[in-house]
Design a protein around this ligand. Sequence first.
Ligand code: ATP
Ligand code: MG
Length: 786
Amino acid sequence: MISKVRLTNWRSHANSELIFSSGTNALLGNMGAGKTSILDAICFSLFGTCPNLQSKKLKLDEMIMKKPIERDKAEVEVHFQVDNNVYSVKRVIEKGRGTTYSELRENGKLLEAPSTQRVNELVSKVMKVDYDLFSKAIYSEQNALDYFLTIPRGQRMKKIDELLMIDKFEKVRSNVTSLVNRIAEKKVGKESVIEHMDLEKTQRNIAELLASINTMTEQRQSLLNELGTVSADKSRMEKEIVRLSEIRKQLEIIKRQESGLSSAINETNRTLTNLQNLENMSSKNVEKNVNELKRLAKSFEEMLTEKNKSYLKLQEQNAKIQSEITLIEKEKLSKLEKELKEKARIKAEFDGFKSEINISTKLKEKQELMQSIISEVEASKARLQDLSDSIEQLSVIGGKCPICEAKLSAVKKKMLIKQKRMRIGALKSHIEDLAKRKKINEKEFSDLIDAARKLDLMAKDLENFDAIRSELENTKNIYSVLNDNGKKIAKELEAVRNDIESLKEKYKGATNESQKADMVFYKLLDYEEKKARLSSLVAEREAMMKHVAEIENVFQGVEFERQEKMFTELAAREKELAAKASGLTDLIKEKTARLQELQGLVENAAKEKEYIAKLDNISMELKIFAKALEETQLELRKEFIAAVNFTMSEMWTALYPYQDFTGAKLAVDEGDYVLQLQEKSGRFMNVEGVVSGGERSIAALALRIAFSLVLAPNVRVLILDEPTANLDANAINMLAMTLRERINDFIDQCFLITHQSEMEEAITGVGYILERDKKNDGETRIEQIF
Ligand SMILES: Nc1ncnc2c1ncn2[C@@H]1O[C@H](COP(=O)(O)OP(=O)(O)OP(=O)(O)O)[C@@H](O)[C@H]1O
Ligand SMILES: [Mg+2]
């Protein structure tokens, strides 16, 4: 049951929400009020498409509200109940982008989002109805009540088979038939292979091969038996020959050893003759002498070491003194002498300087001179000022002298001024002279100060003059002592060097003597050892000769050659027998391989026969299966027609208000379905082309309801958009009554769209009136009336 629909910006609906109940629900309203849009929204919410979109009458973008305000996004949502669960499906469409979001919830919990494809699949699974079935069996579009009758004759059965989903039987059946044909082809192929095989001849060959293999196996066995005896004899003889050969080899080795011993004895004898002169010497005495000489050499060596040590020590002392002498010669002496010379020079300069000028007296004189120049300059400047002042007064006064009141003529005034100016000129040049003298005096004064500073520095420099002089004396003394010591050590070194040389000679002589004595000692030892060894060699050789005589005795009477000949014969026979046996083995192997090949062929033929029998069986079963499919298909069609016809007969009297037709049925005519009405006489006549428009509509409605019940029994919903076209008032009243009173016997919920006010009678569920201000492109407004 569909319980709620919500539309946002869906065609003329800005924001509509409609609640539905079981029974007959109605959407009433004028043309273009927005009724069909609600049904489209239900269908689109459930399956992601609707008939108007499927038939390409409308594009998805056209579902989004254009008027009164253009929107770019619409949303629809439907709630429905199945098996006590409430499901909700939501879809969002956006301009130019199609469906951008799909969602399915079960009792409020999200089952799937946002995949449109997955949501479609899940809704179909939950409702057990897909879009095809929904649009054909449940949703009767506006002006498409007679959908079935509009399908061309000859195609109806196929279409209905598709809705029943029994069209697949047809496909399976044709696949089975082609499979049966392929199996038959395979069988023919296999049979022809077997026919080409001469099985009897193969069996004969197998028997012959078996007999031949047996005979050969026996022959080979007797050969192998003989081979066993020959091999045993041969190996016995081989062992004996090997034993004798070993003894012979041993004999040769002993003989070679004996000859070696003989030559060793001869060699020893020769050495002893050479050392005859040592005969009377005792090795002990010679050893004593050697030790004496070695001791002597050692004592010389120790003395030599001692001397070398003292030589090195003296060398060290000498080097130290020499380095000290060098240091004094090269650095200390010359440095001190240089320093002293410099100081003497400074002293001479200092003494001369000091006697030449008395600086403090001169400084005082210069200071007094400076003071007198400064006072004279000041006095001259004051006189200069006075003269300038009196010139100024003279130039402004009248004819009297301001001092003596005497008459002052202009000539006198001029002369007086001229005299004063001359005196001013003389004073100025005197002041300039004084300035020059002051500058000279200042320079001399500063030179005197510099000289005084220099004398101070010299005096400081000469402070350590005596200390340096006495250090030089001291160093000269040390130098002469060091020189004396150096000479003494040089003499001592010479003496030690001579001692070392003589000790070296002595050591060399003693070492030579001891080596010579050593050699004699070793020769003597060798002589004594060889003498002892000679007798043991002679004894050894005698024992060996005895052993040779014994072994040679063993070979007395052995026919070595004959035995070797017999062995060669046995080996040749063994080889011959082995070759024959191996030849037979190869032959047996070859024949066995051939035998297996033939046996394989026979086994294969048996397997192929078995396989052919199996193919027969499968093909038979497949034919039975194909037949069963055909019969099932026929049976299902029969059952479908029976169910549809039963429903129509149940409904007919409730739907049709007149008595001229007593029933309606779906019949098979010329291999396809036709809708027929039954006349009072009991005769059935085809609806198409014979009955009136209204009668045809009632028959189509009856068929619609029957299809919905038979094809989608678990949905039990019927949607009728304007079913009353072509019906007269009587029929409309009848339909209203049926929808109100009878329809709930067959289905749970019906949606009815109409603009016929009589149809309000049909409402048993919820009823709405839809309105729209079409003049001003208004949006749909909804009012619930029931
Ligand atoms: N995208 C849209 N935006 C706004 N209005 C639209 C849009 N698409 C269609 N309309 C208008 O919405 C109205 C509703 O159409 P609908 O088919 O739902 O009407 P109706 O009530 O079924 O009418 P009728 O009784 O004639 O079948 C129409 O007048 C149509 O012009
Ligand atoms: Mg409509």
